[in-house]
Design a binder for this molecule. Structure first.
Ligand code: AMP
Ligand code: FE
Ligand code: FE
Ligand code: ZN
Length: 286
């Protein structure tokens, strides 16, 4: 089992990645992965295509999703869910609320940006795949296309930052509530890049404790946005509370520098995730 390459966090164009779900599976094969999870923001629409292509190419597929959450203090938290029932009514209702609020919010941000830059909603829409979860990365792509910035990263460092005058927040469920929803949908909740300070404010110990009490299964420790000292702290927290430790790339195709397989999850951790899933949704093997 040594040398099995498992990457549990990737995005397709069904959210803010740049490749179709099937192409993410092809990229996973090309990167030499044995197992990968597709975890688009607030949607499971890519599961079938990504899974079909993965198994046809000899790669195992873990169905997942990354749930946008916001604490009552307005801190953004991302919660990975693995192997949940994609039709669970309560979970579906929450992600649908986030998705529709994301759309209104993106339109509002574009309206504000259009006062100073040559951009409008039609330009942004060209960068959003049919039915995809809309986010700031799509606005970034539009800004790149009209020459306002050079890259998504440059857009996030300036006009799209949370501190920018064009920034507008969107509705998202509380992370403690989201942990409960994932568990009741039979899924396995893992806190994504929990101490990614460069993205904005991160939560304190009280939020970790409340999420753990609500049934949090694991922590994504090996992720490029968690600084080294934060990883050490997260590893200690994981052993103290017997949480599953994961590692992943958070691949977004050409949308981010993150490369498939740059961080990996152990076989033991994946087994523990599978053991905790109760929805009937399983890992798909070739
Ligand atoms: P949103 O959810 O619409 O507020 O936008 C946040 C999303 O933008 C996250 O899911 C990230 O994948 C992406 N993102 C954050 N920072 C960057 C960056 N510097 N470059 C490219 N994408 C980013
Ligand atoms: Fe993203
Ligand atoms: Fe995330
Ligand atoms: Zn992600």
């Amino acid at each position: 089992m040594v040398g099995v390459k498992i990457d549990l966090h990737t995005h397709s164009a069904d959210s803010d990645g740049t490749e179709s779900p099937a192409d993410v599976a092809r990229a996973a094969r090309a990167a030499g992965l044995d197992v990968f999870a597709l975890t688009d923001h607030d949607t499971t629409s890519g599961w079938k295509d990504a899974g079909d292509t993965a198994v046809a190419l000899g790669v195992s597929f873990v169905p997942g999703m990354e749930i946008s959450c916001t604490t009552e203090d307005g801190i953004s938290v991302h919660l990975l869910s693995y192997l949940h029932d994609p039709a669970d009514p309560q979970l579906l209702a929450e992600v649908e609320s986030s998705r529709s609020s994301r759309l209104t919010r993106a339109e509002r941000m574009v309206e504000l940006l259009s006062e100073d830059y040559p951009i409008d909603w039609d330009v942004v829409r060209e960068h959003v795949h049919e039915g995809a979860t809309v986010g700031r990365p799509h606005i970034a792509d539009a800004l790149v296309s009209v020459g306002v910035v050079e890259s998504r990263s440059a857009a996030f460092a300036s006009v799209l930052s949370t501190r920018s005058r064009y920034y507008v927040p969107h509705y998202a469920p509380d992370p403690v509530h989201a942990v409960r929803l994932v568990r009741s949908a039979g899924g396995v909740p893992v806190f994504a890049h929990p101490l990614a300070a460069a993205r904005g404010r991160v939560v304190g110990p009280e939020v970790f404790e409340a999420m753990i009490d609500a049934g949090l299964a694991g922590l994504e420790v090996a992720h490029r946005d968690n600084p080294d000292d934060a990883r050490a702290l997260l590893s200690r927290m994981a052993s103290e509370h017997d949480l599953v430790v994961t590692g992943s790339s958070d691949y977004h195709g050409a949308g981010k520098p993150n490369r498939l397989g740059e961080n990996l999850t152990s076989v033991q951790s994946l087994v523990r995730i599978e053991e905790q899933a109760t929805s009937g949704v399983r890992v798909r093997h070739p």
